[in-house]
Every structure is written in structure tokens, then in C-alpha cells.
Design a protein. Structure first.
Length: 261
């Protein structure tokens, strides 16, 4: 049995403890049952947490795959070192959704339509809108169900077909990196410094429900952010905490941020 270290929990937020337990279970199964594990799709924060546990076990190897290079949401395969990870273990499916007739498909509408089928977010990878529709990375086991059940996205009737990984359209996502210095890792402090507006404005925006951390709405300005967190603020775009570089002489945090362009 992989020894659980309760002290590690203090490094993660209470709302992450359920995922931490799941991560421990995956690692335990890989170590003690010599069983390769394929996870669901993980966001960058979940990838960071799981890697933290996997790195503690010298007899394990792991690999991330979201269907293309630089994918944001990825499945992870964890395996004993003596079992080579095979590409088909990731069980990735690729779909192309296109409107019938005139129209376009936006990311929120496509995501909403898929979730409306009763599919959990963890079964969906990245979505890539393009001029003629939207390409999606999904768990392979969901391909047939989505093809049979998805008929409409927003106001558009749609057609859907399975495509290969090589056919996947990847929308261009570029990041600019910037260093900021904050007094604490509170959400309002990070937003204020990251977007160059006042702390009071950051508090108002968060409390009004315009902020999400790792795709979950957060209305608490004092929420503590961590490495790997993706923070979206409606009307201002998304930033990701790439790393914490250390402290200034006055004890302030030096943070490296990625800005999605």
C-alpha cells in the first residue's frame, strides 16, 4: 500500500481533497497491482497535483496526452517502470461538429451542448472552434454516444463525424509571460496585479461571479491560488500561474504568469 501522508493535505485546498484522494488511489493501484492507470481528462492544476504524487514513487513512470502538442486538458497514463506506455492506452477520440446550413459554433455553446447530454466535463478534452465548426478531443468511450445523441448546438442543427488525430484542427493559442509581485496568493491580489487594476475592483468582480478558477466559479476574494491554476475573468481573459519564483527581500511573492492572447 502506498503510504498516505496526511501532512500533504495542508498543501492543497479543501475543495481539492476529493481529487487528492483519487490521485492517491491511482498511484496505489499502479504501484501495488502492477496496473497501468489511465485517468480522465485533467486540467493543468489536477495534472500538477497528480504529478506531485507520482514523482514520489521511483518505480512509476507517467505520460500526458491531450491529442496534440501543448494540449491544455490531458489524460495521464501511470505505469510501473517495467511496462512501457503505449499510445492507445490514452483512449482519445476526435470529433468534428459542423452546423447544417449557415452559422458558427462557439466554444461555450459546444461545451454546453455536450454537458447537456449528461457527459461529465472530465470526459472531454480541449475544444477547437474553427470557421466551419468545432473539433473536439473526447474520451474514446464517448464517441459513439455523442455521435448518436448530439443534434443541436445552440440554435444550430449540427452534423458530427469521427476524425483522426491528424485531421484535428487546433486553434492557435498563444501565451505571453509576465512576472508580477504580489503581497499574498489571494485571488483578489493576483487579479489586481495581473490585470493592473485596483484591489477593490478585483473584489467587486470576484463577488459578482465573473471569476472562475480551474473552470469553477469562485466568489471568495480571499481564495488561495496555486501553481497551475487557470484563472478566467469575464471581460479580461485568462491567466495561468506558471510558477512561483520565490520571495523578494520584503517577503512578497514573485509570480510568473501566462496570459492567453
Amino acid at each position: 500500500m502506498v503510504k498516505k501522508d496526511p501532512a500533504l493535505l495542508v498543501h492543497f485546498r479543501p475543495d481539492e481533497h476529493a481529487f487528492v484522494e483519487r490521485a492517491w488511489d491511482w498511484v496505489d493501484r499502479a504501484v501495488n497491482r502492477s496496473q497501468p492507470i489511465t485517468t480522465f481528462f485533467l486540467n493543468p492544476r489536477e495534472q500538477y497535483i497528480l504529478e506531485t504524487f507520482v514523482r514520489r514513487e521511483s518505480e512509476l513512470i507517467w505520460m500526458l496526452n491531450g491529442g496534440y502538442e501543448s494540449a491544455e486538458r490531458c489524460r495521464m497514463v501511470i505505469s510501473p517502470t517495467y511496462i512501457s506506455i503505449q499510445p492507445d492506452w490514452f483512449q482519445l477520440g476526435f470529433l468534428r461538429i459542423e452546423p447544417i446550413g449557415k452559422g458558427s459554433l462557439d466554444h461555450p455553446d459546444v461545451l454546453g451542448a455536450l454537458l447537456g447530454l449528461g457527459i461529465k466535463r472530465e470526459m472531454l478534452g480541449d475544444l477547437h472552434p474553427h470557421p466551419t465548426g468545432c473539433d473536439c478531443v473526447v474520451a474514446k468511450e464517448m464517441v459513439d454516444y455523442i455521435c448518436a445523441q448530439l443534434h443541436q448546438v445552440g440554435k444550430n442543427k449540427v452534423s458530427i463525424k469521427e476524425i483522426s488525430a491528424h485531421e484535428l484542427y487546433v486553434s492557435k493559442q498563444e501565451y505571453q509571460t509576465r512576472t508580477v509581485i504580489v503581497s499574498s496568493l489571494r485571488l483578489d491580489a493576483l487579479l489586481a496585479e495581473g490585470h493592473s487594476f485596483s484591489r477593490s475592483k478585483a473584489v467587486t468582480l470576484v463577488k459578482s461571479g465573473r471569476c472562475k478558477v480551474n473552470w469553477k466559479q469562485v466568489e471568495n476574494p480571499s481564495y488561495q491560488v496555486e501553481v497551475g491554476d487557470m484563472i478566467s475573468l469575464r471581460g479580461f481573459g485568462r491567466i495561468r500561474i506558471k510558477s512561483i519564483e520565490g520571495l523578494t527581500k520584503k517577503g512578497r511573492n514573485i509570480i510568473l504568469l501566462d496570459y492567453l492572447i
